[in-house]
Design a protein around this ligand. Structure first.
Ligand SMILES: [Zn+2]
Length: 190
């Protein structure tokens, strides 16, 4: 079979939706050399499924995307349209958070008694979108540990070196984390 058929847009769409049969997923993974435009097809499919027009640069979770905003920024946006901050700031700091701190609270989501975590050591945090209330992430971390910054991609390197299509506002500053700037701003306001 020709590569174009193996990695057709229909198949990539089914893959994005989690509906592609295992056999076809393996075939796509093993395809060598990989077809050059698969990432662009993938982006096109993602873009067709969201209700807004900002250009998707990367999907970072089931609901979240890094998008190029109209003002030239790169921001995290939920599929519902809610915008978080600049993508260099951990979006979790701008999400709704529910923390499970006791055995009883953890037992609501962990049905096997023996699997319940020790609340003296760890807490369970659930992050929700302030716009649509979708659950965006769950983390189990030592009590008081800073929210995990799960994905902080070097977008310019990815687009320039891997895709051969540099982003138009390339700048080394895009790969500098900014979460600390937000929290220090909060401490000044507090
Ligand atoms: Zn949302």
């Amino acid at each position: 079979m020709r590569q174009a058929e193996i990695a057709s847009k229909d198949k990539i769409e089914a893959l994005v939706e989690g509906k592609l049969p295992d056999h076809d997923v393996k075939e796509l993974i093993r395809l060598a050399p990989k077809d050059k435009d698969r990432f662009w097809k993938y982006l096109e499919i993602l873009q067709s499924k969201v209700p807004w027009k900002d250009k998707i640069l990367l999907r970072i979770s089931d609901h979240l995307f890094i998008v190029a905003s109209e003002g030239g920024g790169r921001v995290v946006k939920c599929d519902c349209g809610h915008e978080f901050d600049d993508y260099r700031v951990n979006w979790k700091f701008n999400a709704r958070v529910y923390v499970r701190r006791t055995r009883e609270e953890m037992a609501e989501v962990i049905s096997v008694e023996e699997s319940i975590l020790n609340p003296n050591i760890v807490e369970m945090r659930e992050f929700y979108c302030p716009g649509c209330f979708a659950q965006l992430a769950v983390e189990v971390v030592p009590v008081g540990y800073p929210p995990l910054f799960e994905i902080f991609p070097d977008l310019d390197t990815f687009y320039r070196d891997w895709l051969g299509a540099p982003l138009d506002n390339e700048d080394p500053g895009w790969y500098q984390e900014k979460t600390a700037e937000l929290t220090s701003q909060w401490s000044k306001e507090g």
